[in-house]
Design a protein. Structure first.
Length: 270
Protein backbone atom coordinates (compact mmCIF):
# COMPACT_ATOMS: atom_id res chain seq x y z
CA UNK A 1 0.00 0.00 0.00
CA UNK A 2 1.38 3.42 -0.97
CA UNK A 3 2.30 5.93 1.73
CA UNK A 4 -0.01 8.95 2.02
CA UNK A 5 1.75 12.30 2.45
CA UNK A 6 0.31 15.74 3.11
CA UNK A 7 1.81 18.46 0.93
CA UNK A 8 1.60 22.24 1.40
CA UNK A 9 0.63 23.93 -1.86
CA UNK A 10 0.02 27.53 -2.91
CA UNK A 11 -0.72 29.93 -0.05
CA UNK A 12 -1.91 27.93 2.95
CA UNK A 13 -3.61 25.17 0.97
CA UNK A 14 -2.78 21.57 1.78
CA UNK A 15 -3.71 18.26 0.18
CA UNK A 16 -2.89 14.56 0.42
CA UNK A 17 -0.95 12.64 -2.21
CA UNK A 18 0.22 9.07 -2.72
CA UNK A 19 3.92 8.35 -2.55
CA UNK A 20 3.47 5.45 -4.95
CA UNK A 21 7.00 5.85 -6.31
CA UNK A 22 8.37 5.21 -2.80
CA UNK A 23 10.46 8.38 -2.75
CA UNK A 24 12.60 9.00 0.31
CA UNK A 25 10.89 12.11 1.71
CA UNK A 26 11.49 14.31 4.71
CA UNK A 27 9.47 17.18 6.09
CA UNK A 28 9.88 20.42 4.06
CA UNK A 29 11.23 18.54 1.01
CA UNK A 30 10.15 20.27 -2.20
CA UNK A 31 8.18 17.96 -4.48
CA UNK A 32 6.28 18.00 -7.77
CA UNK A 33 2.73 16.64 -7.47
CA UNK A 34 -0.32 16.00 -9.63
CA UNK A 35 -2.64 19.00 -9.31
CA UNK A 36 -6.07 19.78 -10.69
CA UNK A 37 -4.63 21.21 -13.91
CA UNK A 38 -1.37 19.33 -14.29
CA UNK A 39 1.81 19.43 -12.25
CA UNK A 40 2.59 21.89 -9.45
CA UNK A 41 5.23 22.32 -6.76
CA UNK A 42 4.75 21.94 -3.02
CA UNK A 43 6.48 21.08 0.24
CA UNK A 44 6.05 17.95 2.36
CA UNK A 45 4.39 19.04 5.60
CA UNK A 46 3.18 15.75 7.13
CA UNK A 47 4.12 12.13 6.55
CA UNK A 48 3.75 10.42 9.94
CA UNK A 49 1.19 7.64 9.23
CA UNK A 50 -0.55 8.04 12.61
CA UNK A 51 -0.98 11.81 12.21
CA UNK A 52 -2.07 11.47 8.59
CA UNK A 53 -4.68 8.92 9.66
CA UNK A 54 -6.03 11.32 12.29
CA UNK A 55 -6.76 13.84 9.52
CA UNK A 56 -8.88 11.23 7.69
CA UNK A 57 -7.62 11.93 4.16
CA UNK A 58 -10.27 9.69 2.58
CA UNK A 59 -9.81 8.50 -0.97
CA UNK A 60 -6.46 9.77 -2.25
CA UNK A 61 -5.77 9.26 -5.95
CA UNK A 62 -3.26 11.93 -6.99
CA UNK A 63 0.44 11.21 -6.68
CA UNK A 64 3.78 12.77 -5.84
CA UNK A 65 5.65 12.67 -9.15
CA UNK A 66 9.19 13.44 -8.06
CA UNK A 67 11.40 15.48 -5.80
CA UNK A 68 11.83 19.00 -7.14
CA UNK A 69 15.06 19.61 -9.03
CA UNK A 70 16.96 22.88 -9.34
CA UNK A 71 15.38 23.31 -12.77
CA UNK A 72 11.92 22.86 -11.21
CA UNK A 73 12.61 25.51 -8.58
CA UNK A 74 13.96 27.94 -11.18
CA UNK A 75 10.83 27.37 -13.27
CA UNK A 76 8.65 27.98 -10.22
CA UNK A 77 10.37 31.34 -9.61
CA UNK A 78 9.80 32.26 -13.27
CA UNK A 79 6.12 31.33 -13.04
CA UNK A 80 5.59 33.41 -9.86
CA UNK A 81 7.00 36.41 -11.71
CA UNK A 82 4.72 35.73 -14.67
CA UNK A 83 1.73 35.45 -12.31
CA UNK A 84 2.49 38.84 -10.78
CA UNK A 85 2.72 40.37 -14.22
CA UNK A 86 -0.54 38.68 -15.29
CA UNK A 87 -2.32 39.86 -12.14
CA UNK A 88 -1.39 43.51 -12.68
CA UNK A 89 -2.27 43.42 -16.38
CA UNK A 90 -5.59 41.70 -15.78
CA UNK A 91 -6.55 44.16 -13.06
CA UNK A 92 -5.69 47.02 -15.41
CA UNK A 93 -7.88 45.59 -18.20
CA UNK A 94 -10.75 44.99 -15.77
CA UNK A 95 -10.66 48.68 -14.85
CA UNK A 96 -10.43 49.79 -18.50
CA UNK A 97 -13.39 47.61 -19.50
CA UNK A 98 -15.31 48.63 -16.34
CA UNK A 99 -16.11 45.04 -15.40
CA UNK A 100 -17.72 44.47 -12.00
CA UNK A 101 -15.42 41.71 -10.81
CA UNK A 102 -12.82 41.36 -8.08
CA UNK A 103 -9.64 39.60 -9.18
CA UNK A 104 -8.46 37.25 -6.42
CA UNK A 105 -5.48 35.28 -7.65
CA UNK A 106 -3.59 34.19 -10.75
CA UNK A 107 -2.14 30.72 -11.11
CA UNK A 108 0.08 29.57 -13.98
CA UNK A 109 0.28 25.85 -14.64
CA UNK A 110 3.69 24.30 -14.05
CA UNK A 111 4.09 23.52 -17.72
CA UNK A 112 3.15 27.08 -18.63
CA UNK A 113 0.40 26.10 -21.08
CA UNK A 114 -2.43 27.66 -19.04
CA UNK A 115 -2.97 30.70 -16.83
CA UNK A 116 -6.03 30.64 -14.58
CA UNK A 117 -7.52 33.88 -13.22
CA UNK A 118 -9.74 33.51 -10.15
CA UNK A 119 -12.28 36.24 -9.47
CA UNK A 120 -15.43 36.91 -7.48
CA UNK A 121 -18.46 38.89 -8.63
CA UNK A 122 -21.97 39.57 -7.40
CA UNK A 123 -23.50 38.81 -10.80
CA UNK A 124 -22.64 37.06 -14.02
CA UNK A 125 -19.85 38.83 -15.92
CA UNK A 126 -19.34 38.90 -19.69
CA UNK A 127 -15.55 38.61 -19.82
CA UNK A 128 -15.12 37.48 -23.44
CA UNK A 129 -13.27 40.65 -24.48
CA UNK A 130 -11.09 40.40 -21.37
CA UNK A 131 -10.07 36.87 -22.36
CA UNK A 132 -9.02 38.17 -25.78
CA UNK A 133 -6.88 40.83 -24.10
CA UNK A 134 -5.19 38.28 -21.87
CA UNK A 135 -4.65 35.69 -24.61
CA UNK A 136 -3.13 38.33 -26.88
CA UNK A 137 -0.74 39.46 -24.17
CA UNK A 138 0.41 36.08 -22.80
CA UNK A 139 0.02 33.82 -25.86
CA UNK A 140 -1.26 30.82 -23.89
CA UNK A 141 -4.53 29.23 -22.86
CA UNK A 142 -6.52 31.57 -20.60
CA UNK A 143 -9.12 30.42 -18.09
CA UNK A 144 -11.26 32.75 -15.97
CA UNK A 145 -12.91 31.03 -13.03
CA UNK A 146 -15.55 32.69 -10.89
CA UNK A 147 -15.45 31.68 -7.22
CA UNK A 148 -17.58 32.61 -4.22
CA UNK A 149 -16.41 35.02 -1.55
CA UNK A 150 -15.87 32.16 0.90
CA UNK A 151 -13.66 30.37 -1.64
CA UNK A 152 -11.84 33.63 -2.21
CA UNK A 153 -11.04 33.94 1.50
CA UNK A 154 -9.87 30.32 1.51
CA UNK A 155 -7.44 30.96 -1.35
CA UNK A 156 -6.08 34.25 0.02
CA UNK A 157 -5.92 33.22 3.71
CA UNK A 158 -5.65 35.60 6.67
CA UNK A 159 -6.40 35.84 10.41
CA UNK A 160 -9.86 35.73 11.91
CA UNK A 161 -11.04 37.77 14.95
CA UNK A 162 -9.82 34.89 17.14
CA UNK A 163 -6.26 35.62 16.05
CA UNK A 164 -5.83 32.30 14.26
CA UNK A 165 -5.60 31.50 10.55
CA UNK A 166 -8.92 31.18 8.71
CA UNK A 167 -10.48 27.76 9.34
CA UNK A 168 -11.29 27.46 5.64
CA UNK A 169 -7.64 28.01 4.69
CA UNK A 170 -5.98 25.94 7.42
CA UNK A 171 -8.08 22.80 7.98
CA UNK A 172 -11.74 23.08 6.95
CA UNK A 173 -12.32 20.95 3.84
CA UNK A 174 -15.91 21.77 2.92
CA UNK A 175 -18.23 24.70 3.48
CA UNK A 176 -21.48 24.02 5.31
CA UNK A 177 -24.55 26.27 5.59
CA UNK A 178 -24.35 28.78 8.45
CA UNK A 179 -27.51 30.59 9.57
CA UNK A 180 -28.50 33.35 11.98
CA UNK A 181 -30.38 30.76 14.00
CA UNK A 182 -27.02 29.29 15.02
CA UNK A 183 -25.99 32.66 16.45
CA UNK A 184 -29.31 33.07 18.26
CA UNK A 185 -29.09 29.61 19.83
CA UNK A 186 -25.67 30.55 21.24
CA UNK A 187 -27.02 33.89 22.53
CA UNK A 188 -24.56 35.88 20.43
CA UNK A 189 -25.09 39.47 19.41
CA UNK A 190 -26.57 39.74 15.93
CA UNK A 191 -24.30 42.64 15.03
CA UNK A 192 -23.00 41.69 11.53
CA UNK A 193 -19.51 42.98 12.35
CA UNK A 194 -19.28 40.53 15.26
CA UNK A 195 -20.51 37.37 13.60
CA UNK A 196 -19.23 37.81 10.02
CA UNK A 197 -15.89 36.64 8.71
CA UNK A 198 -13.47 38.42 6.41
CA UNK A 199 -15.47 37.07 3.46
CA UNK A 200 -18.53 39.02 4.60
CA UNK A 201 -20.52 35.84 5.29
CA UNK A 202 -21.46 34.39 8.67
CA UNK A 203 -18.42 32.84 10.36
CA UNK A 204 -18.04 29.10 9.81
CA UNK A 205 -17.28 28.60 13.53
CA UNK A 206 -20.90 29.44 14.42
CA UNK A 207 -21.78 25.86 13.54
CA UNK A 208 -19.11 24.16 15.66
CA UNK A 209 -20.98 24.31 19.00
CA UNK A 210 -24.50 24.69 17.64
CA UNK A 211 -25.56 21.09 18.33
CA UNK A 212 -24.11 21.25 21.86
CA UNK A 213 -26.09 24.39 22.68
CA UNK A 214 -29.27 22.85 21.33
CA UNK A 215 -28.76 19.77 23.48
CA UNK A 216 -28.04 21.82 26.62
CA UNK A 217 -31.14 23.99 26.07
CA UNK A 218 -33.57 21.10 25.59
CA UNK A 219 -34.82 21.08 29.20
CA UNK A 220 -34.26 24.76 29.98
CA UNK A 221 -37.33 27.04 30.26
CA UNK A 222 -37.40 29.57 27.45
CA UNK A 223 -36.77 33.26 28.04
CA UNK A 224 -40.08 35.03 28.56
CA UNK A 225 -41.89 31.93 29.84
CA UNK A 226 -43.88 32.30 33.09
CA UNK A 227 -43.12 29.53 35.56
CA UNK A 228 -43.66 28.53 39.17
CA UNK A 229 -40.61 28.14 41.43
CA UNK A 230 -40.51 27.44 45.18
CA UNK A 231 -39.96 31.15 45.81
CA UNK A 232 -43.09 32.14 43.86
CA UNK A 233 -44.36 32.85 40.36
CA UNK A 234 -42.20 34.68 37.87
CA UNK A 235 -40.82 35.02 34.35
CA UNK A 236 -37.57 33.68 32.91
CA UNK A 237 -35.39 36.65 31.90
CA UNK A 238 -31.94 35.13 31.37
CA UNK A 239 -30.19 31.84 30.55
CA UNK A 240 -26.62 30.70 30.99
CA UNK A 241 -26.58 27.65 28.77
CA UNK A 242 -23.06 26.46 29.56
CA UNK A 243 -23.54 26.83 33.32
CA UNK A 244 -27.01 25.27 33.04
CA UNK A 245 -28.61 28.13 34.98
CA UNK A 246 -31.53 30.47 34.35
CA UNK A 247 -32.77 33.60 36.10
CA UNK A 248 -36.40 34.16 37.12
CA UNK A 249 -37.86 37.61 37.81
CA UNK A 250 -40.46 37.09 40.53
CA UNK A 251 -43.67 39.11 40.74
CA UNK A 252 -42.34 40.89 43.84
CA UNK A 253 -39.31 42.15 41.87
CA UNK A 254 -36.72 39.71 43.17
CA UNK A 255 -34.41 37.82 40.81
CA UNK A 256 -33.75 34.17 41.55
CA UNK A 257 -31.12 32.07 39.80
CA UNK A 258 -31.96 28.40 39.40
CA UNK A 259 -29.61 25.58 38.41
CA UNK A 260 -30.52 22.52 36.37
CA UNK A 261 -28.93 19.13 36.91
CA UNK A 262 -26.02 18.31 34.55
CA UNK A 263 -26.99 16.34 31.49
CA UNK A 264 -26.31 12.64 31.83
CA UNK A 265 -24.45 10.89 29.03
CA UNK A 266 -26.44 8.13 27.46
CA UNK A 267 -24.87 4.75 28.06
CA UNK A 268 -24.38 2.72 24.89
CA UNK A 269 -25.52 -0.86 24.95
CA UNK A 270 -23.09 -3.58 24.06
Amino acid sequence: MSEIVQVCLRGSRKDFFLNSRHLSLQRNDRVIVQAEHGETAGSVCLRDPALVDLKRPGGVSREIIRKATEEDLDLEDHLRQREREAFEYCRERIAVRELKMDLSEVEASFTGHRITFYFSAEHRVDFRELVKDLAGRFQTRIELRQIGVRDQAKRLDGCGPCGRAFCCASWLRDFHPVTLRMAREQQLTLNPTKISGACGRLMCCLQYEYDTYRELKKDMPKIGKKIEVPEGRGKVIRQNVLERTYTVLLEDGREIEKTLAPLQKESKGK
